[in-house]
Structures are given as C-alpha cells and as structure tokens.
Ligand binder design. Sequence first.
Ligand code: LLP
Length: 436
Amino acid sequence: NGTMQVNEKGHLEIGGCDTVELARTFGTPLYVLDEALFRQNCRDYYTHFTVRYGAEAVYAGKALLNLAVCRIVEEEGLGLDVVSGGELYTALKANFPAEKIFFHGNNKSSAELAMALETGVGRIVVDNMFELELLNRMAGEVGKKAAVILRLTPGIEAHTHEYIKTGQIDSKFGLVIENGQAMAGVRRALEMDGIELKGVHCHIGSQIFELDSYSQAAKIMMSFVYLVYRETGCLLGELDMGGGLGVYYAEGDKPRPIQEYADVLMKAVMEKASEYGIPVPKVIVEPGRSICGPAGTTLYTVGAIKNIPGIRKYVAVDGGMGDNPRPALYQARYEACLANKAGRQPEEVVSVAGKCCESGDMLIWDISLPAAEPGDILAVSCTGAYNYTMSMNYNRLPRPAMVLVGNGRAELINRRETYEDLIRTDLLPERLLNGS
Ligand code: LLP
C-alpha cells in the first residue's frame, strides 16, 4: 500500500523512511503519516468527483486534523468539513480559506455559530429546527445571510457498526424526510431573512463497502429535492452526500475504489435528475477515513510478554487505547507486523495488549507474527483515521507524536505531549497547597 515496503535490512519502510529509525529518532508510540498516499487519496477524490463530474470533495477533519493536514488538503484542492469550534479554529490557524469550509454538528453552540458567521465559513450544515431558528436570529443581528445546507435523515440502514451508522430514522442527526419534518424545515428556511438555503445533506454512516447504499440514499435525496421543487418552486442547487467509504483494516474488508464510488453515486443522481426533469445539483462528498486511514501507521515498542501456556501469549506495547480507542470502542480489527523483522515469516499467534489499566485495552487479538521480543517495533497499519483525533490521556499517558514521511524525509507535525502538558490545565486552590 502506498510507499510501504521492506528494505534491505528487512525493516518496514514508509515514504522512504526506515520505521525502526523513526522509532529510534522520535520515540514510540509514534503516528506515521505517509504524505504521498494521503495526497494520492485526495487526488483520487479530486479527479473522480471534481474533474469528471464537477462535484466537490470536502475532507472530513474529524478523521484526522492538525495544521499540516489542513495545508495538504488545501494544496490538493479539497474543501474541509469541521464539526466544532476547535476544528474550525485549527483550520483558520492553518489559513484554510473560510469559504471552502463546511460546518457540521448536531448541537453547535451559539458561540460556535457566531464564529462561523464572523469568519464567513462557506456552508453551515444545519441539523435541526432549534439551530435553524437560532442561526436565523443571529445572522439577522449582524445583518448577514447564512449559506445553509439542511441535514436530512433519509431512512437508510447502512451495514456497519451500530455506533457509526447515522442514516436510519431513529438517529440523533437530521430532519426526518418520511414524517414531513424535512419539508417543514425547508419551508421555514425559505421564508427566513437570515438564511439562504443552498441545499440538503445526508450522511448514511461510515466504513461502508456497499455502494448500493449510496445509490439508494442519493435517489431518496433526489426525490426530496424534486418534492421541494414541486411544492415550493425552489430548485435546491446542492446535494451533500456525506462521507463513509470503507477502507481495508483486516481480512474480510473489501474496500471499493473511489472511482467506482463516484460513478455509482453520480449515476443515481443524474438518473433521478433526468427522470424528474430537473437540473443535476452540485454534488458534495465528505470523505474522511478513505483519505487518511490507510496513510497512517502507528509504531509501538514491545515490552512485557506474558505467556499462558496452552491459552494465549500476550505481547504488550507502550501504547494502546489511549492512542487508538477503536478496538475497545467498536471491536475494530487491525493488522500489524514487527517492523524490525518485516522480512521474516510468521512463527506464532499472539495477542497485542495496550498498557492501560483495563483488560479491554487489547489492540489486536490473535495475530500471526515472527517471534516477538522486548524491544521489537510493532507497526499497526491503517491507523490514520479516528486514532489521533480520538486519542485521550487516560492513565495520564501523554499523546504520541506524529511524523509526516515522504521521499526519505520525516518531519514532526505533532510533537509528543510531555508530563508538563498533562498538568497544563490543573489548578491548585490555595488551601490545598502544602508547606513546600
Ligand atoms: N460527513 C459527516 C456528516 C460525518 O458524520 C462523517 C463521519 C463524515 C462525513 C466522514 O465519514 P468517513 O468518510 O470518515 O467515514 N469514530 C468512528 C467514525 C465516526 C464517523 C462520524 N462521522 C470510527 O472510528 O469508526
């Protein structure tokens, strides 16, 4: 995958960098981001959606965001989807053009909406009626019109983990189409002075392999666009279909190419447009995982190894659920290799344990590896999405550093947290100060 290979020393190499050297130089755990692969995935979206269909790809920052990532995304011509004041702040600090930012979220605070209005983000994706009324009032107060996309619930069940599917009717997100809430929302938005309704949005879930789900969702959304046209005379010009394309984590995962995703989605939209005799709206997609996921690898150092003969061998590493909570949260599966023994054949089946004080902190159950010894470097693949952004300081473990690799060069894009960082927000009331 990408620029990953085994070098002459038998070490795993990414972007021309020996990962064993990376571990030595930057310490572990270490997030490694393959710049070429990240850029290639951005380009695939740009080529297959923008160049071929005039659609727009907006990178979902929740999957992986920092200043360097914002810069790369902008250089590759994609927009950016943010879901909080914090993500918006990061994007603006990286000089990401505000007009190319989409602001999502099901419960944006008034402070966040004010920030969006002030900085002039391109689109505010409004989730519910409370937000619509609030935004209309706030825009009115500052004499602006907010460019809005309304989030709808198309009633589609995507086949993915319970916690990451979002399109079904019983969901905290969006206005339901089926029971008339969506139409009521559109009518209200169209009569508001502070709102300029640009289009509608849906997101059916994440880590999706069945492209047919997109086709179905697009058809439902297009029927709604047509219904709005018939009932109000308003032709909504934008159709934002969210993100969700799945990636390969482990055996059994069958990712679909970005090109095929574009073709299936656009075909459904164009067919419906011609069936209804309405113009093809501008389509927007919001890929996160499929851009950054495969571009990330996490390096760990192997420490304690505990063998329970006849039962299981536990190989513990110096990170775990703190830097990758996905196995604990979603039973997510990962594959890994020993970076310093990458040329060798598997010799034993082991389970990789994290270092948090929880039995559930297991990164990988039952994986075949060459015989592991303390000091080995374990490389877990496809950790680019929802690892760094979901990392935490449980057990007061400092968050790892991240390096951007390419052409044999490695540059820090997040420095490792220090113990000092961990107490940065702690305050000691005077009465608790001791004599010293
Ligand atoms: N657009 C919207 C409105 C979303 O809610 C999401 C993801 C995306 C785009 C990007 O989806 P992607 O292309 O990355 O699948 N933490 C979970 C995933 C949560 C996804 C939330 N929304 C995980 O680690 O699997």
